[in-house]
Design a protein around this ligand. Structure first.
Ligand code: HPA
Length: 271
């Protein structure tokens, strides 16, 4: 049932899309500006795409964009579905399943995250080298979708070649890049100081409320993944500080130019 819906949606899009991109981007926090650089050929409101999750925010439907960026045909999700909004994990990851059916081979994702690594500064970019799935529901829970095995390997969730390419681009252009482990948690609360401390002990360098479900499903489909977090606040577990959505937005906006530059180059240069 779930899989036939995925197929149906992919079929609907395939007959309407202008090209067959193999690269997709989830335009999370910090990549709003990248969207402006896409020369869009076709855009679909999520609400018009059959079987797509319905937006919980009135009058705020996201868009699926087809266009060109860095000379490449790309597909981009402008707006993602978060678990804290009330979507099931099957809904959160539905678009990634559809991407696979459309022929996507490489997925770029971004997010905002709180730093738990004391060496991090607000505004730093952190390349995801690995993740910890701390969501209460697993996106592969239930009948296995036949794009991958029942028990998928996760030893290289984030493609090492793409990480090396990011390091090369950063060195060339003088972009400071941190590397680290992202822990995905349900939110919507930011962490208590004790929770930030726990996540640090777990081995996380940053914590956020997205990305992990999409990455798990992408890997289940054999799509390679590259992810970047903007460190928008620091888990002050020794010296508790208030965290607000507004400061997360401000820090993410300030980091947008370098995030955009890095992602644009990554997309242009990745195969
Ligand atoms: N915790 C969880 N999610 C976040 C944070 C945080 O500190 N910052 C931005 N997204």
């Amino acid at each position: 049932m779930y899989y036939s819906k995925i197929k149906e949606t992919a079929e609907w899009l395939r007959s309407r899309m202008p090209a067959t991109p193999t690269t997709a981007i989830v335009l999370g926090t910090g990549l709003g500006r990248l969207a402006e650089e896409i020369s869009i050929t076709t855009a679909f409101d999520y609400k018009d795409i059959p079987n797509f999750p319905v937006s919980t925010v009135e009058g705020h439907s996201g868009k699926l964009l087809f266009g060109k960026l860095g000379g490449k045909d790309i597909l981009a999700m402008q707006g993602r579905f978060h678990f804290y909004e009330g979507y099931s994990m099957k809904e959160v990851t539905f678009p990634v399943r559809v991407m696979y059916e459309l022929g996507i081979k490489t997925l770029f994702v971004s997010n905002a995250a709180g730093g738990t690594n004391p060496a991090f500064k607000i505004g730093d970019l952190m390349v995801l080298t690995d993740h910890i799935n701390y969501f209460p529901e697993h996106p592969l829970h239930g009948k296995n979708v036949p794009t991958g095995p029942r028990f998928p390997d996760m030893h290289e969730a984030y493609d090492r070649k793409l990480i090396a390419l990011a390091d090369a681009i950063a060195a060339e252009r003088g972009i400071k890049l941190q590397h680290g482990v992202y822990i995905g948690t349900q939110g919507p609360t930011f962490e208590t100081p004790a929770e930030y401390r726990m996540f640090r002990i777990f081995g996380a360098d940053a914590v956020g409320m997205s990305t992990v479900p999409e990455v798990i499903v992408a890997r289940h489909c054999g799509i390679r993944v590259f992810g970047v977090s903007i460190i928008t606040d620091l888990g002050g577990f020794d010296n508790p500080v208030e965290v607000s959505h507004e400061e997360v937005q401000i820090a993410a906006n300030e980091a947008q130019p370098i995030m955009t530059e890095l992602m644009r180059e990554m997309i242009a240069r990745s195969e």
